[in-house]
Write a protein that binds this ligand. Structure first.
Ligand SMILES: C[S@@+](CC[C@H](N)C(=O)[O-])C[C@H]1O[C@@H](n2cnc3c(N)ncnc32)[C@H](O)[C@@H]1O
Length: 244
């Protein structure tokens, strides 16, 4: 595990403090702390962003998570959705290790959001076959190999409503580490230059795009929720705690 410098630690603590102070999202922090061992795959800033997307994001439809592991991001999505009485979160992960599956269920139970989640212990390419609900928020954090990310995008994008959000984890175009090169390549080829998507912003390594609107544009503009999300990210940029 790489050593984190004191300066970096202090920076991260300040990030969390300012995010909490600015948005009063203490609830999320308490729930994450209470849930148990969740793994450290997603930063608090990213977690907070997913929570806010689930809580305030535009449109109606299910929330789908591809890649749940021990449930950290599942909890963020489910808590956000629960806070505003919104849709279920479908947490898709084939997780072959039964002890991790048990830990996932235990963490969700302790976080008191288990009723907001439908766990699907399947590969995303299997789950998509029987998935008939429209999706307003799709979070992709499953198999990070190029072909797999590409497959997730191609198989699931048709389920997402116009104006819905697709968020990708582990997007690091600047450094492009070898083990994440597939994520960057798939996003670059299928998303960044596609007329199907509007790139909305980036919160740490979460790149989020909206699916281009067609017939429901007027309704979309009226609700203006996407603009709020944009402002949220820009505010972070202004405070230099967030990188675009
Ligand atoms: C990076 S972890 C997810 C971390 C989680 N989102 C979090 O932040 O705590 C990736 C997960 O994707 C799962 N996975 C691998 N292949 C998958 C597939 N084809 N469909 C869905 N999930 C998959 C793995 O089992 C693993 O738990």
């Amino acid at each position: 595990m790489p050593l984190v410098s004191f300066k970096e630690k202090a920076r991260r603590i300040l990030q969390v403090f300012f995010a909490l102070a600015a948005y009063r999202d203490f609830k999320l922090l308490f729930v994450l702390l209470k849930a148990g061992e969740l793994g450290q795959m997603t930063s608090f800033i990213e977690s907070n962003f997913l929570y806010r997307c689930a809580k305030n994001g535009w449109g109606g439809g299910a929330i789908v998570e591809i890649g749940s592991f021990k449930g950290r991001t599942t909890i963020c999505l489910a808590l956000g959705s629960k806070m505003t009485g919104r849709e279920m979160v479908y947490a898709i992960d084939p997780q072959p290790d039964l002890s991790i599956r048990e830990q996932f269920i235990r963490n969700l139970t302790r976080a008191k959001i288990i009723k907001q989640v439908v766990p699907l212990f399947q590969k995303s390419e299997e789950a998509v076959r029987d998935f008939s609900s429209p999706v307003r928020l799709l979070f992709i954090d499953g198999n990070h190999e190029y072909e797999a990310v590409k497959q997730d995008i191609l198989l699931w994008q048709g389920k997402v409503i116009d104006g819905g959000i697709i968020a990708f984890h582990d997007y690091f175009p600047e450094t492009n580490p070898a083990f994440l090169a597939g994520v960057n390549k798939a996003i670059s080829e299928l998303v960044l230059n596609s007329p199907e998507f509007i790139v909305e912003g980036r919160v740490d390594s979460v790149l989020f795009v909206s699916k281009k609107r067609t017939e429901n544009k007027a309704l979309f503009d009226q609700t203006n929720k996407i603009n709020k999300l944009r402002e949220y990210c820009k505010a972070k940029l202004d405070h230099t705690w967030f990188k675009y």
